[in-house]
Design a protein around this ligand. Structure first.
Ligand SMILES: [Zn+2]
Ligand SMILES: [Zn+2]
Length: 429
């Protein structure tokens, strides 16, 4: 089963009750809701406990010991996430049962409306976590869009068009970060590289005062966007340009390589324990090396062009991040992975959304946006299961202790019982 069409769904739902479709594990609504609550309490701990313990271990490597406040914060954060997960799973089922009393099953609303209501449970989380979770969901929404475009044979991420799109998105993200920093705001983004801030005039003045006796400076502040001095330093860094580019490129080459190694080896830890020699093959793996090359080249291109433009124009400005970010995006050729393109596009949507007039509305826009994306991802999980991002599918199945998979499998079985002529001819994945 790849896709469940509207026709198939509506035919399979004829005369069905909520118990037939949504809670096949118990014929009555209230006990079924209690059971999904209990399963989610177990599944959530299975899914999150390891992640939180890893987070605590990483903190301990940096801080030696945790303060009482930090421990309380971690426990509170864990409980808040738990309450949000329980809310999402339980209200999904309960609202489905309630709606069935008034309206029949509908292809567009049966899954998405309860998932939207469930998604509002994100409000239990802290503001910072809501933003991070919203970014993660946007990332999966972009991945889902890629999957659909590929399924419909319209477009797939490739080295040429993927690089062009990545360059454009990267230029815009880098500019947005620098623009916000120049305005004294703290940009929220989830990316490995942050472009250096434009130096403020005071910094340049102090620097020049200490290096020269010539006081005839010519600062030119163009609407707070451009900082110009005929004496320099023009670049947003200390020391010689070549040294700065070389050091940054090597640092990010190393970080990218370590990240690539962890990404390829951690999911296969079990295999490595059995065959330790596999570590060498993961260290020399083409993909592992590509991550290092991508990050090193990306930073070298960004910083190289930034220094060239600053020295050439004898000025720095936030807008320079646009050409620098665009050229740095050429590094995507080395690693044309859909996940990397999805990450930068999700940052672009997230940052523009957060700083738009839409976000300044009195309504809780982050929560509503999350609930909307959650509704789309749930709908996609139910009707285009093979096009659902692997992380989303695994999370739903593990965090509900397999209840979600049970509901999906039940839906598949109901559709499979239909007479053959009901099934439309659909493209295969
Ligand atoms: Zn029910
Ligand atoms: Zn420089």
């Amino acid at each position: 089963m790849t896709v469940i069409s509207k026709l198939e769904f509506e035919a399979a739902m004829a005369g069905r009750t909520c118990a037939d479709v949504m809670h096949p594990w118990h014929p009555h609504c209230a006990p079924a809701a209690r059971m999904i609550f209990a399963s989610t309490a177990i599944g959530f701990n299975k899914f999150m406990l390891g992640l939180y313990l890893l987070d605590v271990l990483l903190k301990l490597t940096r801080e030696k010991e945790l303060t009482k406040e930090e421990i309380i914060f971690i426990v509170k954060s864990y409980l808040r996430t738990g309450v949000a997960a329980l809310w999402i799973a339980t209200t999904f089922l309960a609202s489905n049962c309630i709606f069935r009393r008034w309206m029949p099953f509908n292809y567009y609303t049966t899954v998405s409306v309860p998932a939207f209501i469930g998604g509002l449970g994100i409000s239990f989380e802290s503001k910072q976590r809501i933003e991070f979770i919203l970014y993660t969901w946007l990332n999966m929404l972009v991945e889902t869009t890629f999957n659909h475009l590929e399924y419909l044979q319209i477009w797939r991420v490739n080295a040429v068009s993927g690089t062009a799109l990545f360059m454009l998105a990267n230029g815009l993200v880098m500019y947005e970060i620098r623009r916000l920093k120049l305005q004294g705001r703290t940009p929220t983004f989830y990316w490995f590289f942050s472009p250096p801030s434009v130096r403020n005039q005071q910094d340049i003045q102090n620097n020049n005062s200490s290096s020269t006796t010539n006081n005839n400076y010519n600062y030119n502040n163009n609407k707070g966007d451009s900082v110009k001095s005929p004496l320099g330093p023009f670049c947003p860094h200390e020391g010689p340009c070549i040294e700065e580019i070389r050091k940054s490129a090597i640092k990010f080459l190393g970080l990218g390589y370590v990240f690539g190694f962890l990404k390829t080896s951690v999911p296969r830890l079990g295999l490595i324990v059995k065959k330790p020699r596999l570590i060498i093959s993961y260290l020399l793996n083409k993909k592992t090396i590509s991550y290092g090359l991508f990050a090193g080249l990306y930073v070298a291109l960004y910083k190289g062009l930034s220094c060239f433009l600053c020295q050439n124009q004898k000025a720095d400005s936030a807008i320079l991040a646009l050409p620098c970010g665009t050229v740095a995006g050429l590094a995507f050729c080395v690693l044309p992975a859909p996940s990397i393109l999805a990450a930068i596009l999700a940052n672009l949507i997230f940052m523009y959304g957060k700083n738009s007039s839409f976000a300044r509305s009195k309504l809780p826009m982050s929560q509503l946006s999350f609930a909307l994306v959650n509704a789309i991802l749930f709908h996609n999980y139910a009707f285009y299961n093979n096009l659902s991002p692997a992380f989303f599918t695994n999370m739903l199945n593990v965090a509900t202790n397999d209840r979600c998979h049970q509901i999906y499998q039940n839906l598949v079985n109901l559709v499979a019982q239909l007479p053959k002529h009901t099934h439309p001819v659909l493209p295969t994945i």
